[in-house]
Design a protein around this ligand. Structure first.
Ligand SMILES: N[C@H](CCC[C@H](N)C(=O)O)C(=O)O
Length: 289
């Protein structure tokens, strides 16, 4: 299977171009295998770049555990770069179909390759039932959440996929690696949840560490960074325009007062391409039929 390895601020995925390739086996089976950093290619998950009836291309994204997510912000910037750089659509404005609808993307290019990408991430979903979370009230802002006898304040936002934002003094390993997976799987989140631990540096600057649903700690999360921008405004801690320092790089976020959309700007990089050899014990589509 031919693939391309790309990352956005260190959030790295294995990309397969289904304009040219066909998958040998179901993507939820392939994602854990290709994501494995020792036995596979290595990545936070698998992203499919596909033809679309309604946009320039379509993205489907699978976490390292094989579960599918509706959206991926860093992934969508990379899909946009791939679509542009590889001539699928040589336009500096693209429409891309995702599980969170058709999103508009603007590319900064040198005419050959895209350097930075801005995604209109759409409007945040604040309705508790739609996020989904069992916290009764909407919006869910700094609600008490008890984990292992410790109290946290949860602010919940969906950017098509669910996020729980926790403002902390210090986003250390104890919180991210210890508490993160417990929040991901807490009963308050029936579809599990992505978790962002946020240190506020100033009203327009934060530092983020991320525990992702289905993938564990990642170096960055674009939908998470967007949810943080919204959560910070709702909690009265942040302005609408922020810089978010993630472990793998910076993202710029803006939650527009005019159209209620969140705009995310950041880098996208292609690292290498290759051919992956499918392990012999993986049932192929041809054998499943
Ligand atoms: N890293 C991605 C989000 C992945 C979310 C995924 N882990 C989920 O289950 O929703 C991003 O840049 O937005």
């Amino acid at each position: 299977m031919r693939f391309t390895k790309m990352h956005g601020a260190g959030n790295d995925y294995v990309y397969v171009n289904l304009f040219e390739e066909s998958l040998p086996a179901p993507p939820e089976k392939l994602a854990p295998l290709v994501s494995d950093r020792h036995f596979g290619i290595g990545g936070d998950g698998l992203i499919l770049i596909m033809p679309s009836d309604v946009a320039d291309a379509r993205m489907r994204m699978f976490n390292a555990d094989g579960s599918e997510s509706e959206m991926c912000g860093n992934g969508l910037r990379c899909v946009a770069k791939f679509v542009y750089d590889h001539g699928i659509a040589k336009k500096d404005k693209l429409k891309l179909e995702t599980g969170a609808g058709i999103l508009s993307v603007d590319l900064e290019t040198d005419g050959k390759t895209a350097k930075r990408v801005t995604v209109n991430m759409g409007q945040p979903i604040l309705d508790a039932a739609k996020i989904p979370t069992t916290f009764g009230e909407t919006p869910v802002v700094e609600k008490e959440l008890e984990i292992s006898g410790r109290m946290f304040e949860a602010t919940c936002v969906s950017m098509g996929n669910p996020h729980c934002v926790i403002f902390v003094d210090k986003a250390d390993d104890d919180l991210v690696l210890g508490i993160g997976p417990q929040i991901e799987n807490a009963p308050q989140f029936p579809a599990r949840v992505n978790v962002a631990f946020i240190e506020v540096i100033s009203p327009n600057e934060v530092r983020q560490r991320t525990w992702e649903r289905g993938s564990g700690e990642t170096l960055a999360c674009g939908t998470g960074a967007s949810a943080v921008c919204v959560a910070g405004v709702l909690a009265g801690k942040l302005h609408r325009r922020i810089v978010n320092h993630l472990l793998g790089g910076d993202l710029e976020l803006y939650w527009s007062e005019e159209d209620n959309n969140v705009y995310m700007t950041g880098p996208a990089e292609e690292v290498f391409s290759g051919v992956w050899t499918i392990p012999q014990d993986v049932p192929l589509y041809s054998e499943l039929a």
